[in-house]
Design a protein around this ligand. Structure first.
Ligand code: NAD
Length: 350
């Protein structure tokens, strides 16, 4: 196994690995460990080049630092990528080699599943390193992150409701969910229980129809969901849904959902502000999964402790909204500011 350090300004450690025996070609980026070991998923993707893989891992690991800082997980930011096709190039030996690569960082980096990898892959990684989360429940892990992501998103929606409407009562309020997948389903359950009226859309229409059959509510075409008239638009599908094309058509005062990278560009945060739409920054509101994992990393996973901490997303968002108002800046900038503040005062973060 050949491991090589790639000097990278602003990052604590970036390492590249080539292992002829297993075919592993991977990069680990440890962006920042000021607040704790760097945790972030292992992505497997058929990157066209090492440069593409490095670009992606740098971007993603920095994002994890900000996300964990605002969520107060006691973790830093990192990420790893394997260059390869997840459909055709996975082998147990590839993931065992990845485990050895992770282990070479002596606990500075902890991995987990991500796009292109699964719980099953993590079991092979675990054979060669302890620095891995997201294992099956029976191995003492914290389980599926999606219900936790949904719970955090729900509490984030409440924080937004208070900010915009001065009430946390969702009775009779309309919430439109784009994407009825792992997170969307759990979120719909919570919102329905709170008395919200629902609108659903999914490119697999049966998923939206199943939720409407369970809780009532309307199903609309995926092309219509972003412009649906609602109190809260909850994107739970793809990124970049706030862009030049969609901006003029939003029919909501709140955008608060679980989807990652909702803004196509950072400037779209300012554009939402100008349009009078409150945006819950994605990495703040969707941090429930990582918060849950952070409880696992502390040792002796405790579901109740996880719940309390995930519900705190409400307070994190309130703080973001305060900064946004005090500084007269969009909420996405306010959350970045909060992350940097926590990183500069590590003793106060936990
Ligand atoms: P998922 O793949 O289970 O669900 C996504 C759903 O969106 C699918 O049902 C899909 O058919 C649907 N969809 C895709 N494109 C659509 C479109 N244009 N219109 C309507 N529906 C569409 O994914 P998930 O795990 O539920 O995650 C949802 C989002 O939340 C993703 O952006 C993910 O990155 C983010 N996220 C998830 C977690 C988690 O714990 N699962 C944590 C943080 C962030």
């Amino acid at each position: 196994m050949k491991i090589e350090t790639i000097p990278q300004e602003g990052y604590e450690k970036v390492v590249k690995c080539e292992d002829a025996e297993s075919g592993l070609r991977a990069v680990i980026a440890v962006h920042n460990t000021t607040l704790g070991p760097a945790l972030g998923g292992l992505r497997m993707w058929p990157y066209a080049s090492w440069d593409d893989a490095i670009f992606d891992v740098l971007r993603l690991s920095k994002g994890m630092t900000y996300k964990s800082a605002v969520a107060d997980t006691g973790l830093g930011g990192g990420k790893s990528v394997i260059i390869g096709n997840p459909k055709t190039e996975k082998t147990p030996e590839l993931f065992r080699a990845m485990g050895r690569f992770v282990d070479s960082l002596d606990g500075k980096y902890i991995t987990a599943e991500d796009v292109g990898t699964s719980v099953k892959d993590m079991v092979y990684v675990r054979e060669t390193t302890k620095r891995v989360t997201g294992l099956p429940l029976e191995m003492g892990s914290s389980g599926d992150p999606s219900p936790w992501t949904a719970l955090g998103t729900y509490h984030g929606i409440i924080a937004c409701m208070e900010e915009v409407h001065g009430t946390n009562d969702l009775t009779g309020r309309t919430v439109a969910i784009q994407g009825c997948g792992h997170v969307g389903i759990f979120l719909a359950d919570l919102l329905h229980e709170a008395g919200a009226k629902m609108i659903y859309a999914d490119i697999t229409p049966e998923r939206a129809q199943a939720l409407a059959a369970k809780h009532g509510g309307a199903v609309v075409d995926p092309a219509q969901i972003l412009s649906a008239e609602c109190d809260v638009l909850a994107p739970c599908a793809l990124g970049a849904i706030v862009n030049d094309e969609t901006l003029p058509h939003f029919n909501t005062q709140i955008i608060a959902g679980a989807a990652n990278n909702m803004l196509l560009r950072e400037e779209h945060g300012q554009r939402l502000r100008e349009a009078g739409i409150l945006y819950a920054p994605d990495y703040v509101i969707n941090a429930g999964g990582i918060i849950n994992v952070s409880i696992e990393v502390e040792g002796d996973y405790d579901e109740e402790k996880a719940r309390v901490k995930v519900e705190n997303i409400y307070h994190a968002l309130k703080r973001v909204f305060e900064i946004s108002k005090e500084r007269n800046i969009p909420t996405n900038e306010a959350s970045n500011m909060l992350a940097l503040e926590r990183l500069s005062q590590p003793a106060r973060a936990n």
